[in-house]
Each structure stands twice: as C-alpha cells, then as structure tokens.
Ligand binder design. Structure first.
Ligand code: NAD
Length: 420
C-alpha cells in the first residue's frame, strides 16, 4: 500500500500538521505519534463442518493519557494493523475534541462475516474477545461496534468477559442491546450526530435544511441513520450507496422505504430494491453527484487526490473515519468546499457510548430524551468551538479540530509526566 493510501501514515501526517502549528515539544510529539500498546492475536475457530480455521485480529490502544481507552471493533477482509492504528489514533482526538474522559483504541478481525454462519460468527467473536480480554475492562479499554459488528456481537463480547470474571460486567463494552445494559439512543447516535453537524454547518452558511440535496455513501448504521434523520428534517437525499450498489433519484429517494428494505435484507444491503424514477449508478458516480452535502459513511480513502477535483458537493460531512485523504483535503480546501471532519462529525457514537458506560457503572439508566439532548449539547458546543477557531485563524475545519484535540491530549500527557 502506498503511503498516500496507508491510513496510519495519513493519521500521522494529520497529527504532524497540528503538532507543527501548536509548536508541540518534540518529546510529547514522539509520544503521541505512535500507539502505546498493540496486541495481535492469531486464533482458531471451529467451523460448522468440524474443520478449524485460523483468524488474525488486533487491539490497539493509542493513548491512555486522558483515561481508559475507547474504540470500536471492525470485522472486514481488509483490516490490517496500520488501519487499526490509524482508527485508534483518530479515536484519541475524537474523545478529546468532545471532551469525554477517554483515550483512543480500536480493534479488528480480518474476516468477511458474510462467509460465516451465525454460530461461526459467535464462536469467532467469543474467541477473539477472550484473546484480547487481557486488555479489556471498564476501567481499561471499552470496545464498541464498528463496520460489520453490531449490538448482538457486543452482547457476546460482554457475556464472554463476564464468564471469565464470574459476574456480569456491563460497562466492559458499549453498543449493547438494551436488555443487557445498552443505552437508549446508542444505535442511532453516530448518524444522529452526523445529521446535527449537517444542520449546524448549513445554518452557518445561512441556508435551510428544507430541500437540501444530500448524497450518502454507505447505508449501514451510520449512513442509513443519517440519511433517515436528514430526510425527516426536510432534506432531499438524492443518492445513496452500499457495498453492492449505488442509487440515484433526482427528486429524492424514499429513505424510510429503503431503510425498511435493507433492515430486512440478510446482509443489510439494498440489493434488489426498486422504486419509480430511481436509477442505478456506480459508486464512483455517486461521489461525483452534484449536491449540497456529501456524506461519506462507509470506509477510509474514498475522497482522494484522484477524484477530489470532480466532487460537486457544496460541503462534505464525514460520517466514516478517514474517508478523505490529505491530498483530497488540499484540493477541497482550495476549491472552497468545507469538510466537517470525522473526529467531530461522527463523534455522536462515542458520546452516547460514554453515556452507556456511565449508566452501566452506576446501574442507573436515563431516558432517551435526556440522552439525545445531552448528545446535542456536547456536539453543538464542540462544533461551535471548531467553527470559531477555524474562522478566527482562517484554517480548514479539520485543522481547527485537530488543534483543539491534540492540545488537550498533549496537556494531559505533559501534566502526568514521563513514568518513572
Ligand atoms: P456498517 O457496517 O453498519 O455499514 C457500512 C456500510 O458501508 C454498509 O452499508 C456497507 O454496505 C457500506 N460499504 C462498504 N463498502 C462500501 C463501498 N466501497 N462503497 C459504498 N458503500 C460501502 O458500519 P458503520 O458502523 O455504519 O460504520 C461506517 C463508518 O462509520 C466507518 O468508517 C466507521 O468507522 C464509522 N463510524 C462508525 C461508528 C458507529 O457508531 N458505528 C461511529 C463512528 C464512526
């Protein structure tokens, strides 16, 4: 993989830009530039036919300076250590930006879960959880869902850790089903946050949400929720894509119907969905549709030096982690297209994960209105801070967000000092 497409090199490059502008001390730069802990596990899983297959997984903890670490677990064939390192580092900045008391972590297993039966998926999950359990705990490292993992998988992880300990440990993981200590509003939280960030950014531009043309890449947890909420706010979602296809309708797609369809699909895909006036397009075409807001909500490296010049969106709001490379960032900035960065735009998930962890530790649960209004307050405040800093120093939003986040993490680490 070229350095330009390597997510960890990209994450380091983004950090270097902030460190330079903050004039960070070289010692603290050296600490923050690399993950603190990395665990690789190779583990066997018995398949339904009786054979055994080996899998590889990772858990990376980037920085523990501000508290226990937090970050999702991803199941995908293209997971690798550098991707997990990048995602862990981005989590550190995200938690600091929205000022919740965590450092960043991430985990992943190299697997296409669609190739496994449900029983095999459960055995893989429990064995991976068991192998990385030396790192996990409510006071140490608290995972959550990410690409291709969901509430059921979180429940299996919680149960596995609880079996090891001999008692139920709800706060070891977030994104759990409600009946085993999950938080109301957690499933929708990331997409809800994305929709709030669209609302705030659009208002800053003096525009209304009504009739706003939105394109969403990725129709999973984040993308489909953001699409649905923006549809409910009066936007016209004119294009969406998932791993199997992309769909366009100039007058606006029927997002509630598409969501119902994909919810019923075995792999949560839109494959086979049909509607009048809707036409299939390619994934490449989707990213280049003329629209007001483009929301990449799938994987990294979607907007690159190769296609950023052809993006015809008025604004990009990053639902996914790392969807825009630094080369694309430079092109979009030069073209005057603002990018609301991932560490802000998709922070809703970790904020409500934080609420879930607090509720689990206290065994005291809040109502959904409480959760959504606290989420909104934190996110809107963070947006305002980023927007003001960007405006006052004529910086791109990503750089402003990094300055705030990296400064907080650097201060925490400097205050704690170098042990021993
Ligand atoms: P998910 O597995 O629920 O959905 C991923 C979606 O992307 C699916 O619809 C899939 O079909 C689609 N997809 C995959 N490859 C694609 C491609 N090449 N083109 C178009 N679509 C493609 O995952 P998710 O939880 O929605 O996560 C999506 C992104 O959001 C990831 O970058 C993740 O790290 C980030 N994120 C997730 C959360 C969360 O709470 N789940 C929080 C913060 C950030």
């Amino acid at each position: 993989m070229s350095d330009q497409a390597n997510p960890f090199r990209i994450a380091q490059q983004q950090f270097d830009t902030a460190a330079e502008l903050l004039n960070l001390h070289p010692d603290i730069r050296a600490v923050l530039r690399v993950p603190q802990r990395e665990l690789t596990v190779n583990f066997p899983v018995r398949l339904d036919d009786g054979s055994v297959q080996m899998f590889t997984g990772y858990r990376v903890q980037h920085n523990l300076g501000r508290g226990p670490v937090k970050g999702g677990i991803r199941y995908h064939p293209s997971v690798d250590l550098d991707e997990v390192r990048a995602l862990a580092m981005w989590m550190t900045w995200k938690c600091a930006l929205v000022n919740i008391p965590y450092g960043g972590a991430k985990g992943g297993v190299i697997v296409d879960p669609r190739q496994l039966s449900l029983a095999e998926l459960e055995r893989l999950t429990r064995r991976f959880a068991s192998d990385v359990s030396i790192l996990l705990g409510p006071e140490k490292d608290i995972p959550a869902p990410d690409v291709n993992t969901n509430a059921q998988i979180m429940a299996w992880i919680m149960d596995t850790i609880s079996m090891h300990r001999g008692y139920t440990v709800p706060a070891v993981i977030t994104g759990k089903p409600i009946q085993v200590g999950g938080s109301l509003g957690r499933i929708e939280a990331t997409g809800r946050g994305v929709s709030l960030m669209v609302r705030e950014a659009v208002h800053k531009q003096g525009r209304a949400l009504e009739g706003l043309r939105v394109v969403v890449q990725g129709f999973g947890n984040v993308g489909s929720t953001a699409a649905l909420l923006l549809h409910e706010m009066g936007c016209q979602v004119i294009g969406v894509a998932d791993a199997a296809g992309a769909y366009y309708c100039a007058s606006g797609l029927d997002i509630p119907a598409m969501r119902t369809y994909s919810d019923r699909h075995t792999f949560r895909l839109l494959q086979g969905y049909e509607a009048p006036h809707m036409v299939p397009i390619t994934g490449t075409e989707l990213l280049e549709l003329e629209c007001d807001v483009l929301i990449p909500a799938a994987l990294e490296n979607q907007l690159t030096g190769a296609n950023a010049a052809r993006v015809r969106a008025g604004m990009v709001v990053e639902g996914a982690n790392g969807p825009t490379t630094p080369a694309a960032d430079a092109i979009l900035t030069a073209r005057g297209i603002p990018v609301v960065p991932d560490i802000l735009a998709n922070a809703g998930g970790v904020i409500v994960s934080y609420f879930e962890w607090v509720q689990g530790l206290q065994e005291f649960f809040w109502d959904e209105h409480d959760i959504n209004s606290k989420l909104e307050r934190i996110l809107v405040n963070a947006f305002e801070e980023v927007w003001q800093l960007a405006a006052s120093r004529a910086l791109p939003l990503r750089t402003a967000a990094y300055l705030l986040a990296v400064q907080r993490v650097a201060e925490a680490n400097a205050t704690r000092g170098v042990y021993p």
